[in-house]
Design a protein around this ligand. Sequence first.
Ligand code: GRF
Length: 196
Amino acid sequence: MTRKRVGILISGRGSNMQALIKAARADDYPGQIALVLSSRPDAGGLAAAAAQGVATAVVDQARFGRDREAFDAEIHRVLTTAGIEFVCLAGFMRILTAGFVRRWEGRLINIHPSLLPAFRGLKPQAQALAAGVSVSGCTVHHVVPDLDAGPSIAQAVVPVLPGDTEESLSARILEAEHRLYPEALRAVLSQASPKP
Ligand code: GRF
């Protein structure tokens, strides 16, 4: 089995990244986590990745200001230099340009803490509480230029309980994310053939 070279893009603590790294250690996993790339030099996930022996890189968003094209071009360069074939966004807090998304189309996925298409964008757990829904969850989806609008790959449902706060609901959803993301990546990698 050829394991596809996967890059993970993060901006923060990287708990989903850690779940992916752990899962990819299994002998039969169809991907290897070959690079963790952070948009912030102070992302907690960088140290966690390095501690697991995974190569890391920083493309510091602060260096690029509002020039999203240049920022995305640098990310693309770092990914391709590392031979990355497939990209997972995991708490990556930058909106990627349409040009970048098209270059990675079919090889770029994200996890979002709601049952899309409900509650796209920021603070989806707070949006779910405000809407008064009785279930929420998380979605792994293909990335398209529109934010959180790509085709769903897999979803997990969690209950919203009486008395839930944004923190308690987020924690319940996060546990589900850590199970769902590795499974969804496995499924996609088993089907996807990387572009030449
Ligand atoms: C997760 O809730 C993910 O769904 C969202 O951002 C959060 C990142 O958390 N996109 P972590 O950095 O993976 O711990």
